[in-house]
Each structure stands twice: as structure tokens, then as C-alpha cells.
Design a protein around this ligand. Structure first.
Ligand SMILES: [Zn+2]
Length: 154
């Protein structure tokens, strides 16, 4: 593996999550995760829903909040590997175990430039994030259902 590939393999890696954390996420999910794209515009609506008791929104909002606390220090764009502290965030990809009351999560940021290069299309951005996840951690990852909770536009 050349230097470029090695660097790309770590693009977007959530440095705060240890490999043990990834194993815990996968174990809690029982192999079934939900991927949700979150834009700046719909994060507030999700937070309001969580406060109103939406059990599905709460873990997502908590995961995003924890990610935002450390994003400026360590996260890079999942697609191009540029520091998000420099680029800003176009969309967040939130992975939660597909089960009731999940406690583990993974949040990946995608910069506005990469969103634009994918036509600001949620489906194309999701495909790029899934490709990264397959390349980096879960080569057997596959969709088992069409996205039902994705952002309208990235
Ligand atoms: Zn990017």
C-alpha cells in the first residue's frame, strides 16, 4: 500500500474513537447500522424532536453534539481528508446501531467542497461515505433497505 493509499485509508477516521470503540459499535449493532445524513439546516429540527421525546432523534442529536465538541481539533473530511476546521462541514454522516436505545455511534464529516462535487445530492454523498466505510473498516458493508431518514439536500 503506497503512502497515498495509506493516508486515504484514514480519511475521516474519528480520531476520538479507538478501534475498540468501533468494535463496540459493531457489536452493539449486531451488524445492522443506520446511516443518516444530517445537514446544518435540519439539525435544529432533529434537536427539537429529541427534546419533544422522539426516541429516534435523541441518540442522533447526542452523537452529533459529542462529535462537534471535538471536530474542530481532529476531524478530517471523510472524502478528501482535509481538516474540517479549515473547510467547515457540509454534511454529517451519522451511523447508529439499528436497534432501540443505541449507546454507540459514529459521526463522519464531509466538507462543503466534496458535497458540491457530489452535486449536493444526498444519495451520491451517502454512496461516497459507504465506499469509505467499506475501504476502511467494513468491506462487507451493504445496504439492506433504502434510506428512509435522509436529509432532503446536503
Ligand atoms: Zn472533502
Amino acid at each position: 500500500m503506497g503512502a497515498t493509499k495509506r493516508r486515504r485509508a484514514t480519511a475521516g477516521r474519528p480520531h476520538s474513537e479507538s478501534d475498540a470503540g468501533l468494535l463496540e459499535l459493531h457489536a452493539e449493532a449486531g451488524g445492522v447500522l443506520r446511516l443518516t445524513l444530517v445537514t446544518r439546516d435540519d439539525l435544529l429540527a432533529r434537536a427539537v424532536a429529541a427534546l419533544a421525546g422522539d426516541g429516534a432523534a435523541a441518540p442522533l442529536v447526542l452523537a452529533v453534539g459529542a462529535w462537534l465538541e471535538q471536530a474542530a481539533r481532529s476531524q478530517t473530511c471523510t472524502i478528501c481528508d482535509r481538516p474540517l476546521a479549515e473547510t467547515g462541514v457540509g454534511v454529517l454522516a451519522v451511523l447508529l446501531p439499528e436497534r432501540d436505545d443505541p449507546t454507540r455511534a459514529m459521526v463522519l464529516g464531509v466538507c462543503p467542497t466534496c458535497c458540491a462535487e457530489h452535486g449536493n445530492d444526498a444519495g451520491r454523498i451517502e454512496a461516497a461515505v459507504l465506499a469509505f466505510l467499506r475501504r476502511s473498516w467494513w468491506p462487507d458493508l451493504r445496504l439492506i433497505a433504502p434510506p428512509c431518514d435522509q436529509a432532503g439536500r446536503a
